[in-house]
Design a protein around this ligand. Structure first.
Ligand code: PEP
Length: 246
């Protein structure tokens, strides 16, 4: 049985006071019976590490550079994240693919850079509404995942995959459990062709997961947790989702 993982994606939200309250609110109601992590903006990694030290909660970042440390102004290397104790880094979030023109190859290179530094990449894949309506969901997510599988080679089994339909992110429009499960099953089949560890790998669902829809999504056989945006900013909502996963 795969242990579930619930990871919060704070996106570009937070300030010192709100972060302290949010983290205290989550710590105060654990344990949850699943793995829990928060992926925070870079400037808040240090205070998050301090706040979560000694707890079973993990932390991570929302992106990393594909490059080795060097002359790349504005970039943050995976090695730097490792120094902050990051356990996870999100790569290939649709907002980065959309607003920062990240290609499948760049996402794959970032995942590889993360793993090389001992950080588990949470690799996001997902189709837009237009792609879904055109019947392209399977082709799109397979293409996105294939680039990462190819780059990681025999280490492919060490990543976490997050299926995040773009039309469900931040929209309040959630995939039905059947819609999500069918994509998760095909992603696991694709992983199975590449690694002997596919049965142990976590495939998270992300896209408007909330306390009231979490249980039905998380009860699907191939949904191993959630990547949570908006609801991860409210301690009570995030904790409720973690409880549903536990
Ligand atoms: C996300 O940003 O990864 C996400 C899933 O956002 P939301 O939960 O707000 O849809």
């Amino acid at each position: 049985m795969r242990r579930k993982l619930v990871a919060g994606n704070w996106k570009m939200h937070g300030n010192h006071r709100a972060n302290a309250e949010l983290l205290a609110g989550i710590i105060g109601v654990r344990p949850f019976g699943c793995d829990v992590a928060v992926c925070v903006p870079y400037p808040y990694l240090s205070e998050t590490a301090v706040a979560l030290a000694g707890s079973d909660l993990r932390w991570g970042a929302q992106d990393c550079s594909a490059h080795e440390p060097g002359a790349y102004t504005g970039e943050v290397s995976a090695a730097m994240l490792a120094e902050f104790g990051c356990r996870y880094v999100i790569v290939g979030h649709s907002e980065r693919r959309q607003y920062h023109a990240e290609t499948d190859q760049l996402v794959a290179d970032k995942a590889k850079a993360a793993l090389a530094c001992g950080i588990t990449p949470i690799v996001c894949v997902g189709e837009t509404l237009a792609q879904r309506e055109a019947g392209q969901t399977e082709a799109v997510v397979k293409r996105q995942l294939s680039a990462v599988i190819h780059a990681l080679g025999h280490c492919a089994g060490e990543m976490v995959v997050a299926y995040e339909p773009v039309w469900a992110i931040g929209t309040g429009r959630v995939a039905t459990p059947d819609q999500a499960q069918s994509v998760h099953a095909l992603l696991r089949a694709q992983l199975g062709a590449a690694t002997a560890h596919a049965g142990d790998m976590k495939i998270l669902y992300g896209g408007s997961m909330k306390p009231d829809n979490a249980a039905s999504l998380l009860s699907q056989p191939d949904i191993d947790g959630g990547l949570i945006g908006g609801a991860s900013l409210k301690a009570a909502d995030f904790a409720a989702i973690c409880r549903a996963a536990g």
